[in-house]
Design a binder for this molecule. Structure first.
Ligand code: PEP
Ligand code: MG
Length: 900
């Protein structure tokens, strides 16, 4: 019989697949001897079976009975016993944390009889009836799908009847009346009574948790966080402990280090006389942990001890949920905590210094995406700005946008191309779409552990929360400042998630210290003074020491080349030459296209050649001593001519005015028409151009080689490599290669500099090239995978068209989780890359392999390129540090791919 239920002593922290993160860590804490309320966990397998079949496995019910009996024994109480009931919570817990995305039902075991028993044994009538109404409310909303507002309206009525707005002013009799009304709502809405049987309550709650795996918001969150959709959630059934028994009880959330800044020292929020959801929901403002020491020193001291035990055990920042019931501390959850990018780098280095982890482990504690986050611009400290509020610095960054007061408004505005700040009193899981769309999030309520803060940090979004001076009226769509000024939806504000400050208007941004560090503009003293920069420097050194892959940059100007070099690029993997044919050189290209005789063509090429040579001299100089792969002209030539539509319009206007186009305008128009293609990306471009426009590639090759000779003669160490794009057959390459080899011999003879060993290679951008790579390698000294075109041609997607038109539909329907132009499609395009790399090396073992498509800067793709044995990745200058880091992380893990 398959086991679907595990007790605490049967699990451990490594069983997250089966028990979910919460269940696995509860078991771990129990095994460490920490105070965890008696609990058991229903596995993710049970959830998967339920979602597949629409009902739970048959054997589950009996297994649950067995474990209920165990926790009843441990508690010395029976579930739902009318005289002294054991109550349990039913909570979701997936392998990866999905805060607030799935369901929880508390106080299972209460019914019309046991509420009386609970009130007697606790001597607290109010508590018992409040607990029962919470059960009815949660059960009604999450299990029975009744609109939450129906219950809230009753609560509001009860409060206004008493002339109050606070739950705390309601007494036992009020709650008893509310309970009756809640039961009425349930009966009216479902046609059935609220189940009085505890086991039935438990099973129904469990099923609701299972179903919540596929709730809209959970699906959205998984997509955003790239969590696989088929993991399912576990369900944790825990004996209830109560933080709402009075002022000697309470509940809180704590971190062993500051998850926002990475600062050492404990950190968290505590709320007296409250249940867990009250803290996370950010409904009431909390006290800091330091204040908890004042109100309950014994529990506080025990908590501190447990926190350091947990850190030592997990060797990482832990976050913790706890409850104090009548001064007794209980641990309800722990996990390795989410943190900001800044905190991730700092904490990784702190843990190395504390001897808790090795340098190799530190490298796995940060990600390329986090590094990108640290390279975002920040507000210019010198800019004039008007501060309107200060809240908590919940998630760092600088965000500017128009105020939007609701998630739908935010999504709408962003779809119209606007930048927005989502402004709410507090957020809840339904705000996810707005939070994703917004530049940043601002709330007036809640602490650093509120929903807004936790989710924003998870997303790497700027967030300021708990800015209490702001009076936010979401219905009226206004935000009133302390001085009475009213800001309306659409007003522009700037929020600083690093300091918690809020400004009116748009504050200008500057490069953050991490970018200055990569730029080399920080002094040693500046670096030493900044813990974050120091940490980045240290981790980058570890990554560089560890990585096998080299990192080059895509750069086609001397400025980009120089920046790439400062950022650590070890050469240029792709120097595109098309921009060198634009601007004031365009007329020369026109002359080339319009040339009718060989002489005219030679003259046009002759006037382009010295300009090209000058371009290459500068780039080779900027990259002196490092390889520079220069790609010969790739795009269809007509891209350098005026558009057909424009020409036709000019012609029509001229005709309407009764005159005709000038003679050369006419010639150009004829050329435009002659060269028009239905599918230019599949037309006359790449090597095809070199073959058809005789002399064009030879001219470019000569310019490269002459530039190299000039640099060599000037004492430099130029290392050009000539790359031929869009080859599909080895014959194409052979013809171009022969032509270039001849040019190399000529230039060597003319200049006295031997350039015959300049490598000539090709891009692999077409499926046919990948499939025949073994042959192509006979004529190529290197391959560079052009994964942009290779993705385009493998999928048959026009990359300029599809991303904006139907990719969101594809992503929504799970055809792929992320655009294949962003992260390499390993199963399709990746297989071609692997196949071509292997076939190429079989022909020519020393074949040099790289990638220069956008994927060269994408973390997940970099790990793949490492595993298939490429020599280098090439990406835009700004992504070079990310690529260095991820290449290091890839080498540092045995499998090379587990970097979540
Ligand atoms: C590619 O196709 O991946 C590539 C780098 O070339 P381009 O993007 O210029 O077509
Ligand atoms: Mg290409």
């Amino acid at each position: 019989m398959k086991k679907f239920v595990y007790g605490l002593s049967e699990g451990n922290k490594d069983m997250k697949d089966l028990l979910g993160g919460k269940g696995a860590n509860l078991a771990e804490m129990h095994n460490m001897g920490l105070p965890v309320p008696p609990s058991f966990t229903i596995t993710t397998d049970a959830c998967k079976a339920y979602l597949e079949q629409g009902s739970e496995p048959e054997e589950l019910s009996a297994q649950i009975d067995e474990y209920i009996a165990k926790i009843e024994d441990e508690n010395g109480k029976k579930l739902g016993d009318p005289s002294d009931p054991l109550l349990v919570s039913v909570r979701s817990g997936a392998k990866f944390s999905m805060p607030g995305m799935m369901e929880t039902v508390l106080n299972i075991g209460l019914n019309d009889a046991s509420v009386v028993g609970l009130s007697k044994v606790t001597g607290n009538d109010r508590f018992a009836w409040d607990s029962y109404r919470r059960l009815l409310q949660m059960f009604g909303k999450t299990v029975l799908d009744i609109e939450g507002e129906k219950f809230e309206d009753v609560m509001d009525e009860a409060k206004s009847a008493k002339g109050t707005t606070s739950d705390l002013d309601l007494d036992a009799a009020d709650f008893a009346r509310i309970v009756e009304r809640f039961k009425g709502i349930i009966k009216d809405e479902t046609g059935k009574d609220f189940p009085q049987d505890s086991k039935e309550q438990l099973l129904e709650a469990m099923r609701a948790v299972f179903r919540s795996w596929n709730s809209e918001r959970a699906i959205l969150y998984r997509r955003q966080e790239r969590i696989p959709a088929d993991l399912g959630t576990a369900v944790n059934v825990c004996s209830m402990v109560f933080g709402n028994l009075g002022m000697e009880s309470g509940t809180g959330v704590a971190f062993t280090r500051d998850p926002a800044s990475g600062q050492q020292g404990v950190y968290g929020d505590y709320l007296q006389n409250a249940q867990g959801e009250d803290v996370v929901a950010g409904i009431r403002n909390t006290m800091s942990l330091a204040d908890m020491e004042r109100v309950d020193k014994a529990a506080y001291d025990e908590l501190m001890g447990i926190m350091s035990t947990l850190e030592a055990h997990y060797k990482d920042l832990c976050d913790i949920e706890f409850t104090v019931q009548n001064k007794k501390l209980w641990m309800l959850q722990t996990r390795v905590g989410k943190r900001t990018a800044e905190a991730a780098f700092k904490i990784a280095c702190q843990l190395v210094d504390e001897g808790k982890i090795s340098e190799a482990e530190a490298l796995q504690r940060v990600t390329g995406d986090q590094l990108v986050n640290l390279m975002f611009p920040k507000f210019d400290a010198k800019a004039e700005k008007k501060r309107i509020a200060r809240g908590m610095n919940a998630s760092p960054g600088a965000a500017v946008g128009q105020i939007c007061f609701s998630s739908p408004d935010a999504v709408l505005a962003v779809n119209e191309g606007k930048k927005v700040i989502l402004v709410r009193r507090e957020t809840n899981p339904d705000d996810l779409s707005g939070m994703m769309a917004a530049q940043g999030i601002l709330t007036s309520r809640g602490g650093k552990t509120s929903h807004a803060a936790v989710v924003a940090r998870g997303m790497g979004k700027t967030c300021v929360c708990g800015a209490e001076e702001l009076d936010i009226d979401v219905r009226a769509r206004t935000m009133t400042l302390k001085d009475g000024t009213v800001l309306r939806a659409g007003a522009v504000i700037s929020i600083d998630g690093t300091t918690g400050e809020v400004y009116t208007g748009e504050v200008p941004v500057v490069d953050p210290p991490v970018v200055q560090y990569f730029e080399g503009t920080l002094s040693e003293a500046d670096i030493a003074a900044d813990e974050l920069v120091r940490a980045v420097d240290r981790i980058m050194k570890i990554a560089d020491k560890t990585r096998r892959l080299r990192v080059r940059s895509n750069a086609d100007t001397p400025e980009d080349a120089a920046r790439a070099r400062r950022f650590g690029a070890q050469g240029i993997g792709l120097c595109r030459t098309e921009h060198m044919f634009l601007g004031d050189r365009r007329p020369l290209v026109e002359r080339l296209i319009l040339a009718e005789s060989d002489e005219e063509k030679a003259a046009a090429l002759g006037s382009l050649a010295p300009l090209q040579k000058a371009d290459f001299v500068e780039i080779l100089q900027a990259m002196d001593g490092l390889p520079v792969t220069i790609r010969l002209l790739d795009p269809p030539l007509h891209e350098f001519l005026p558009s057909q539509v424009e020409m036709a319009a000019a012609h029509a206007v001229a005709q309407a005015k009764g005159h005709d186009l000038e003679a050369d305008q006419k010639k150009i128009m004829a050329a435009v028409e002659r060269m028009h293609e239905q599918n230019p990306m599949l037309g006359l471009r790449g090597v095809r151009l070199g073959l058809v426009i005789r002399g064009l590639f030879e001219m470019q090759a000569r310019a490269i080689l002459e530039a190299a000779a000039e640099r060599r003669q000037a004492g430099g160490d130029p290392k050009p490599e000539i790359m031929i794009p869009l080859v599909g057959a080895v014959q194409e390459l052979e013809i171009m290669r022969d032509a270039i080899t001849k040019v190399a011999a000529q230039v060597s003879a003319e200049t006295g500099v031997d350039l015959t060993d300049v490598p000539i290679g090709t891009m692999i951008e077409l499926p046919r090239a990948a499939i025949t790579a073994g042959e192509i390698a006979e004529a190529a000294e290197f391959f560079s995978f052009g994964t942009n075109d290779l993705t385009q041609t493998t999928w048959g997607f026009s990359r300029d068209d599809v991303e904006g038109s139907f990719f969101s539909n594809y992503i929504e329907r799970g055809i792929f989780g992320v655009s294949p132009f962003e992260t390499l499609d390993q199963g399709g395009v990746g297989r071609l890359v692997k196949l071509a790399a292997e076939a190429g090396r079989q022909t020519r073992p020393e074949l040099h392999l790289g990638v220069c498509g956008e994927h060269g800067g994408d973390p997940q793709s970099i790990h793949f390129f490492d595993t298939v044995g490429l020599d280098y990745v090439s990406c835009s200058p700004f992504r070079v540090p990310v690529a260095r880091l991820e290449a290091g992380r890839s080498s540092g893990t045995a499998e090379g791919s587990d970097f979540r």
